[in-house]
Design a protein around this ligand. Structure first.
Ligand SMILES: Cc1cc2nc3c(=O)[nH]c(=O)nc-3n(C[C@H](O)[C@H](O)[C@H](O)COP(=O)(O)OP(=O)(O)OC[C@H]3O[C@@H](n4cnc5c(N)ncnc54)[C@H](O)[C@@H]3O)c2cc1C
Length: 424
């Protein structure tokens, strides 16, 4: 039965900056910790069904999330309610992906479209959709502790409040406190997480046109300086996004590596000399695959908190939103039946696994191939074969379901070797 004890109008201009007054005795149907793509999407779907949704985030919106901002254009078909916001959301379509080998001697190019956005814009749009659907926003409020009992969930926050709900969704990113508090993930292993440094650098649109051409080429650099990870540069409307991620066990000195990468891009003519790096920020992205378990009694994890990220590119916006929709569906049924037990909520795990979980598992294997000492050789062989070129470039773009199959890639590589050896 949808929650209907309050009606909260959030259509005023200050809706993103406001913390509502709420009664401590009120029990929300669902409390969602984190209002990134995962949290806002889940909130939007549940609120649309009439449930009482409390959406909290430690930041006030608009807020910037360190990110490349690349996503598949197909996201707009998958979430049609975003189509009306397309003009604000899409800051360009990059059409040609260029992937550089670790020794930078070989480039693989492929026509793989990728839309780009600014996270300040995208996340605010998603939050607005959640609030317009009826979610109660509370921004500038940080979840500090969570207690789950047989009848409800209690969230302690800073500034000090207690929020009660029938179920909680952990959408609080890679460092999820919900995952920690529920024991679903105490800590990522060092080889399962990639610290990144990223900057959104202002550039005149004419200079972007000259540098990245009409096709808006975007670049990926595999394993820079021999460290497993990737660097990227994505041109947008009037900024370029530059980033570098290195798997945590190899990432010491990341800011210095990032500065060297920027220097290299300047020498390559992809960035103007003396560009402003004041926006450079660090953030973690989980790249070791999904958590084994993403549900507990009265709790689900969505998005980065559950490890829903393409381990090759670090892309996770689309997975976060798709998982959030699955979560909302299962929570909707659980609230209706008044069954929010871990065994009922386990259906969520089945849904996301069938949707994209298998694909992420395959990409974990492909990532190991891309970050192995043989990556240069793979590029060398790939440069002589159109199929490998297309497989590699499409796995780099944030395409809807990249599924780079490591076994297929290796089989094709062997076939190319055989083809050349036997002059076929
Ligand atoms: C450098 C970098 C580049 C990336 N580039 C891309 C890309 O180009 N394309 C792509 O698809 N993905 C990219 N990603 C991944 C993408 O950013 C994430 O997969 C996506 O943001 C996941 O969404 P989310 O909602 O799960 O988490 P987030 O977007 O991280 O949102 C989590 C929210 O939770 C809030 N929060 C955290 N803790 C608390 C707390 N205790 N209490 C209250 N609120 C809390 C945070 O303030 C935040 O707003 C990149 C990631 C990084 C780090």
């Amino acid at each position: 039965m949808p929650f209907s004890c309050y009606v909260f109008s959030c259509t005023d201009k200050n809706k993103l900056a406001r913390i509502p007054v709420f009664m401590s005795t009120m029990i929300y149907d669902c409390a969602i910790v984190g209002a990134g793509p995962a949290g806002s999407t889940c909130a939007r779907y549940l609120a649309k069904k009439g449930f009482g949704v409390f959406l909290l985030d430690r930041h006030r919106f608009p807020r910037d999330k360190p990110c490349g901002g690349g996503f598949s254009y197909g996201l707009l078909d998958d979430f049609p309610y975003l189509k009306k916001r397309e003009k604000e959301m899409v800051h360009g379509i990059c059409q040609v992906g260029v992937v550089h080998s670790p020794n930078r001697k070989i480039t693989l190019r492929g026509h793989v479209e990728m839309a780009v956005t600014l996270r300040t814009v995208l996340d605010s749009i998603l939050v607005e959709e959640a609030v317009d659907a009826g979610s109660v926003p509370a921004f500038g409020l940080q979840a500090k502790d969570i207690r789950i009992s047989s009848d409800c969930v209690r969230i302690q926050t800073s500034p000090e409040r207690e929020i009660k709900a029938r179920v909680v969704v952990g959408a609080d990113g890679a460092n999820s406190m919900v995952a920690r508090a529920t024991g679903l993930n105490r800590k990522w292993q060092a080889n399962a997480v990639t610290p990144c440094r990223v900057a959104e650098i202002a550039m005149h649109p004419d200079l972007i046109d000259d540098t990245y051409r009409e096709e808006r080429e975007y670049h990926f650099y595999a394993n820079l300086e021999g460290r497993p990870g990737y660097g990227w540069i994505f041109p947008k409307k009037n900024t370029v996004n530059v980033g570098l991620g290195i798997v945590a066990s190899y990432a010491s000195g990341l800011p210095a590596h990032f500065d060297r990468f920027v220097g290299f891009l300047m020498r390559e003519g992809l960035l103007g000399k003396g560009c402003n790096l004041s926006t450079a920020k660090g953030a973690l992205v989980p790249t070791g695959g999904t958590l084994e378990k993403t549900y507990a009694d009265r709790c689900l994890l969505v998005g980065d908190s559950a490890g829903f990220v393409n381990p090759i590119t670090g892309g996770g916006i689309s997975y976060a939103m798709r998982a959030a929709r699955h979560a909302s569906q299962v929570i909707n049924e659980g609230l209706d039946r008044d069954d929010l037990s871990s065994s009922f909520l386990s259906e969520y795990q089945r849904l996301w696994y069938n949707d994209f979980g298998m694909s992420i598992n395959q990409m974990v294997l492909a990532q190991k191939v891309f970050t192995s000492p043989y990556t240069d050789l793979l590029f060398e062989i790939g440069s002589r074969d159109r199929t490998i070129r297309q497989m590699v470039t499409s796995s780099m773009a944030e395409s809807e379901d990249p599924r780079p199959d490591a076994k297929r890639l290796l089989a094709r590589t062997l076939w190319v070797c055989l083809r050349e050896a036997l002059n076929l």
